[in-house]
Design a binder for this molecule. Structure first.
Ligand SMILES: [Mg+2]
Length: 264
C-alpha cells in the first residue's frame, strides 16, 4: 500500500528548501499558509538545505521577503553542519577551501585559518564551486598527498536550475578522489547522520515527534528515517510518484502539496 498523508500533527517540522518550499526563487503553492498555520498551532519549524552558496542569514532574509517570516536561527545549511563538525574534530585548523566565497567567509568567521599552500593545509574542504579548475585540482591533490584530511559539505550530483542543472559538489569530490585514491572522510550534508543530529538538537524535539519534509528520497527521506524521524516526501520537486512507488526507501507519508501536512 502506498503511504498516505499525515493524520496527526508533529512537534517539529523540518523543511527542505529546493523543490519543497522553493522552486527557483519563488515559493511553491500552499507553502506560506501551511507554515503560518503550523506555527499558529505552536509547532516548531526549521529549514534545511545542502546548499553552501548562500548563508543561513541570506536564506532567512529571502524567505521573509517571500512571505514566510524566518529568523536566521530557523535555517540550517551544510556550512553550519560542517563548521560544527570541524570544531569538534580539529578546532582552529588550517583549511584549504574548494568552494565559493560565502563558504570561505563563514569558515574564516568561525575561527579557521584559510590557506592556499598545500604543505600548510591540515584539512581540505570541498563544496559547490563554479570556479573549479586544474589549478585548484592540483592544489587539492598536493594537499591530500601531503596528508591533509578531506571533508565536503554535500554530495549532490547536480543542482536543478530552471531548464537544466549545474554540476554540484559530487563531481569535484569525485575528481579529487580519482587522482589521489583517497576517499573523502566525511560529507556532512544530507543524508549524513551529522546533519540529522544537528537538526534534532536545533529543534529540541524527540526524533519520532519530528517530521522532515523533502523532495528527494535518497537524501531527505533517508536521513530522516536513519535519525529516527518521520519523513514526508513532497512530490513538488525531484521525485515523481512512479519513482517513489518503486524505491526501496519508504517515506512515512507522500504529499502532493505542503497543505497536505495539515490533518483533516
Ligand atoms: Mg530538495
Amino acid at each position: 500500500m502506498s503511504p498516505g498523508t499525515p493524520r496527526q500533527l508533529y512537534d517539529a517540522y523540518v523543511f527542505d528548501l529546493d523543490g519543497t518550499v522553493l522552486l527557483g526563487e519563488a515559493l511553491l503553492p500552499t507553502v506560506a499558509e501551511t507554515i503560518a498555520r503550523l506555527r499558529d498551532l505552536g509547532r516548531r519549524t526549521l529549514f534545511l538545505t545542502n546548499n553552501s552558496t548562500s548563508s543561513h542569514i541570506e536564506y532567512a532574509r529571502a524567505l521573509t521577503a517571500l512571505g514566510v517570516p524566518t529568523a536566521p536561527a530557523d535555517v540550517v545549511n551544510s556550512t553550519l553542519v560542517l563548521i560544527d563538525h570541524l570544531k569538534r574534530e580539529m578546532p582552529a585548523a588550517r583549511l584549504m577551501v574548494v568552494g565559493e566565497p560565502p563558504l570561505a567567509g563563514a569558515l574564516a568567521a568561525a575561527g579557521f585559518t584559510l590557506v592556499a599552500d598545500p604543505r600548510r593545509t591540515e584539512a581540505l574542504v570541498v563544496s559547490f564551486d563554479r570556479t573549479f579548475d586544474y589549478a585548484k585540482l592540483q592544489a587539492a591533490f598536493d594537499a591530500v598527498r601531503a596528508g591533509a584530511r578531506f571533508f565536503a559539505t554535500n554530495n549532490d550530483r547536480y543542482r536543478p536550475t530552471p531548464g537544466g542543472g549545474q554540476p554540484d559538489a559530487a563531481a569535484l569530490i569525485a575528481a579529487i578522489e580519482a587522482c589521489t585514491g583517497v576517499r573523502c572522510e566525511a560529507v556532512v550534508g544530507k543524508p549524513s547522520p551529522l546533519t540529522g543530529r544537528y537538526v534534532l538538537a536545533r529543534v529540541d524535539a524527540a526524533p519520532e515527534r519530528c517530521l522532515l519534509v523533502g523532495d528527494r528520497l535518497e537524501t531527505d527521506i533517508r536521513m530522516a528515517l536513519d535519525a529516527g524521524m518521520r519523513g514526508a516526501l513532497a512530490l513538488t520537486g525531484a521525485t515523481s510518484r512512479a519513482a517513489a512507488d518503486v524505491s526501496p526507501i519508504r517515506p512515512t507519508y507522500v504529499i502532493d502539496r505542503l497543505r497536505d501536512l495539515l490533518p483533516g
